[in-house]
Design a protein around this ligand. Structure first.
Ligand SMILES: Nc1ncnc2c1ncn2[C@@H]1O[C@H](COP(=O)(O)OP(=O)(O)OP(=O)(O)O)[C@@H](O)[C@H]1O
Length: 208
């Protein structure tokens, strides 16, 4: 479970997250909607430990980020400007990332690639991937270690219609597995039917 308590983030003179109090539960899909600049990415960054709050805290289970934990211990993430290793294949990218935690097997890697519609045996290096293929690989890297928390910022960016269906299916499966799934998206109409909870952000504030 993720608890956000009186969270505020100021960058320079701007308040980008404002007095956020919310609890995210396991086994649910949370849709995060709102205009450009409303704070969706910032909230995902705060939960992932990538920014330090100006006030308040984020608790992952019974531990507080930046006090007892630097990052959520079991968290898959897609956030803008992610980097993949261009000189390696998709499967090699996952294998290299997987070395850090050693939580995933070769079978987990192949399964994650297949789930996003990439060929696990492909010898194509990521530098030759299209934008949509890179995004599919980003999704595969977020899910391959079966994280308890999944934070996805615009996961369907650059993905074609058949791929988008795969993404929605993956969200359902991850929820079924018991993950807490938080998805920021502008595809509100398509995502809304999948969501257990729809949250709207406006000027750094959150509303259910
Ligand atoms: N690196 C940064 N430095 C300063 N301000 C930033 C930075 N990144 C974001 N902001 C500001 O934080 C606020 C929230 O931005 P955020 O990226 O969270 O919006 P968003 O809801 O994800 O928007 P989008 O729909 O465009 O992805 C905006 O006012 C933005 O200008």
């Amino acid at each position: 479970m993720i608890s956000i308590v009186n969270l505020e983030k100021n960058i320079k003179k701007e308040t980008v997250l404002k007095n956020i109090n919310y609890r995210f539960e396991a086994g649910k899909i949370y849709g995060l909607f709102g205009k450009n600049g409303s704070g969706k990415t910032m909230l995902l960054r705060a939960i992932s430990g990538l920014i330090v709050p100006t006030k308040g805290k984020v608790r992952i289970g019974d531990k507080t980020l930046h006090e007892e934990l630097s990052f959520p211990p079991s968290c898959g993430l897609i956030i803008e400007n992610m980097s993949l290793l261009p000189q390696y294949t998709g499967a090699e990218n996952l294998a290299i990332l997987g070395e850090i935690k050693k939580a995933a097997t070769q079978q987990d890697i192949e399964h994650a690639l297949a789930r996003v519609g990439l060929d696990p045996d492909s010898k194509l290096k990521v530098k030759k991937y299209s934008l949509g293929m890179k995004q599919r690989l980003n999704i595969a890297q977020a899910i391959f270690e079966k994280p308890e928390i999944l934070l996805l910022d615009e996961p369907t960016n650059a993905i074609d219609d058949s791929g988008v269906e795969l993404v929605w299916q993956i969200l359902r499966e991850e929820r079924e597995r018991g993950a807490t799934v938080i998805v920021a998206s502008h595809q509100k109409e398509e995502l809304l039917p999948l969501c257990d909870v729809a949250l709207t952000m406006s000027n750094g504030e959150i509303k259910e």
